[in-house]
Unconditional design. Sequence first.
Length: 343
Amino acid sequence: MASVKALVQSQDLKSLPSDYAHFKDSQKSIVAGPEVSLPVIDFSLLSSTNPDERAKVIEDLGKACEEWGFFMVVNHGIPENLINSLFNVCNEFFDMPEEEKLKFETTNPLYPVMVRSGSTIHDKSNQTVLFWRDYLRFFVHPEFYCPDKPQDFRDLISEYSQRTRDLACKLLQGISQSLGMEEDYIQKAMDLDHGTQIFAANYYPPCPQPELAIGIPPHTDHGLLTFLLQNGVGGLEIQHEGQWFHVNALPNSIFVNTADQLEVLSNGKYKSVWHRAVVNNEKTRITLVVPNGPSPDTIVTPAAPLLREAPAAYGPMKYMEYVNVQRVTRLHEKPLLDRLKLH
Ligand code: OGA
Ligand code: NI
């Protein structure tokens, strides 16, 4: 299938091709939510030697997870030039000829490298709808994959993956403590030394009728914590207290959201947050997304120390099985996470 990028470049599109019409009439179309300010977590304080400062940031982190499931991390220590280079190299990747990009696809079901455009969803009437985006996605841990073009891609991804893995581990240490558990509880229980990490780049070209299209429909992520960077162009919306809100990033910050396995692990205290990507008709939007999860073989259950206070609210499931079942779950089906709920 041609990429959305190629579609946009091949003709002067005045209206949205019907395959991409997520909303059939503009009455039911996407209305961009109001903008909201997210909690901000100063990452550097997590390694503060001042116990009060550290206790405060852990409390803030717990609150951000419980009340929002979405926050911005500042002072994360990931160099700005690494991030800029990553955006450049991903842009170069999407600029390569279609045939060239598709060469990097692998079919290994456990660790695929996927280069796709307009992934399909099936709506309630089982119609196929395409997303207004192209994407590249591959596993970077525990096994490392990466296309070997453009030049420098591997090195940049390797460094970014290492740094974001450290960031995830440290945030999860703080999150463990915010739940009243040992600092390394999540690290051990989720076998983070072999944790699953994915790198994904989403490319959303300008869209002729953005209100009828969707970049990514509402979903929750499957891992523990997801990191997201955007190229200065907004489009991310999150659900908060039943309403959709547009979120924008502070300079040099990283978006972090809680995902399904953290909801299970925290026995429902830190809910996995629903979010979606809307598109616009002016600028290309690129996002770099890194989902961090347990090791593929970890059987995820609510954390034992939390079960002294309340019975388990979720059944167990092996993480890789979860990922595979979720991949084929259709939009109108009950979300997999809900199927694990015990009450
Ligand atoms: C995702 C995602 C949102 C965005 O890739 O899981 O939610 O704004 N992306 O690209
Ligand atoms: Ni997501």
